[in-house]
Write a protein that binds this ligand. Structure first.
Ligand code: HEC
Ligand code: HEC
Length: 302
């Protein structure tokens, strides 16, 4: 073999090995859960998880959809992100265009591992890393809640992302770098409400998705949890949720709970723009005790 040929063969071998490594490292794992033990669904809790999870904030129908359907997560509203525009889909139990054909195990795999039934990675624009630390009873109640919504036919729309299949695959690498999400540690020295608040904020409430800063790889920097972040859509800043009382944003937990419940209609500011309006609308439907728990946890953050 000539020297030139040897070099080309060498380069081809290196490229092949790199491709192989990429394919192995980014492989969406199969999460076979087997049949799940039967659970008696608590629909009220399912709705609570749906609200605190802000599913409607992203999976709403496009503006202009008639009222009744607008209140259902039929999807289609554009969600701009730095990597491109998503159109989060239909979560109602329609067989063709929604989750009607899904099994509960497929749903849990999507929520916890960010992997689709046809084994592709979801982009973390779908905040599954926060839902992953939710209690499995809560996710199962959420599934039961979604199953009993009216089925609405609402075909989805593909995400507008360059090189979509390759980009999806690359998310596998990102997931490896980001590591497994860890649930907030319970603190027995704190009240039950505080612990409930920590769970809601870091789990299904996914507040850190926007309020926690990210590094260059867009992985959340948990050492600075809730210290304020770049807006997911790329414009403006998301304020810090630390020191809310010391900075005189709110007098105490009771006032913060009121602000979360009523938003800007009660004269509080900084609760409407950059996606917070949609989140607050959903929070306003939670039982006041849950908002109080969230507030109690937040005001304790230095
Ligand atoms: C911040 C926006 C956002 C929120 C909040 C959100 N989602 Fe999504 N969701 C997305 C995006 C974006 C996708 C599509 C991701 C992709 O294509 O890679 C998605 C996809 C999904 C899928 C997969 C759908 C399919 O057809 O493959 C399910 C299931 C889902 N979301 C359920 C939920 C549930 C349940 C909640 C509330 C607990 C929720 N999502 C909250 C943005 C969001
Ligand atoms: C989609 C991104 C997003 C998510 C998710 C989100 N927030 Fe926000 N939040 C914002 C933005 C942006 C603002 C600033 C809004 C403004 O200035 O109008 C804000 C403002 C706030 C404020 C007011 C801060 C101040 O200085 O007065 C509070 C309190 C708050 N958020 C709490 C929460 C809680 C609690 C959660 C989780 C249940 C949450 N947010 C989830 C984006 C988000």
């Amino acid at each position: 073999m000539s020297r030139r040929r040897r070099r080309i063969a060498g380069l081809a071998a290196v490229a092949l090995l790199a491709l192989l490594a990429f394919l192995i490292l980014t492989r969406p794992r199969a999460f076979e859960t087997g049949p799940l033990p039967p659970a008696s669904a608590d629909l009220a809790n399912g709705e609570l998880v749906f609200r605190v999870g802000g599913c409607l904030a992203c999976h709403a129908a496009p503006a202009g959809t008639p009222g009744a359907e607008r209140a259902l997560p039929t999807g289609g509203t554009p969600l701009p992100t730095p990597v491109g525009t998503f159109y989060p889909g239909n979560l109602t139990p329609d067989r063709e265009t929604g989750l009607g054909g899904w099994t509960e195990a497929e749903f849990l795999t999507a929520m916890v591992h960010g992997v689709s039934p046809d084994r592709r990675h979801y982009f973390p624009a779908f905040p599954y890393r926060a839902y992953a630390v939710a209690r499995s009873e809560d996710l199962r109640d959420l599934w039961a809640y979604l199953r009993q919504l009216p089925a609405v036919r609402a075909p989805g729309r593909a995400a507008e992302i360059r090189l979509l299949p390759l980009a999806r695959r690359t998310v596998g690498l990102w997931k490896r770098l980001a590591g497994d999400p860890r649930p907030p540690a319970a603190d027995p020295a704190q009240s039950a409400a505080w612990n409930r608040g920590a769970y809601l904020v870091h789990g299904p409430g996914h507040c850190g998705e926007c309020h926690t800063p990210r590094n260059l790889l867009r992985i959340r920097d948990e050492r600075r949890a809730l210290a304020g972040g770049a807006h997911p859509a790329g414009e403006g800043k998301v304020p810090s949720l630390r020191g809310l009382v010391a900075r005189h944003r709110y007098k105490d937990a009771a006032e913060l709970a009121l602000a979360l419940q009523f938003g800007e209609t009660l004269g509080y500011d900084k609760l409407a723009s950059g996606g917070m309006g949609a989140i607050q609308t959903e929070l306003s439907q939670l039982p006041p005790a849950e908002l109080r728990a969230i507030a109690e946890y937040l005001v304790s953050l230095p």
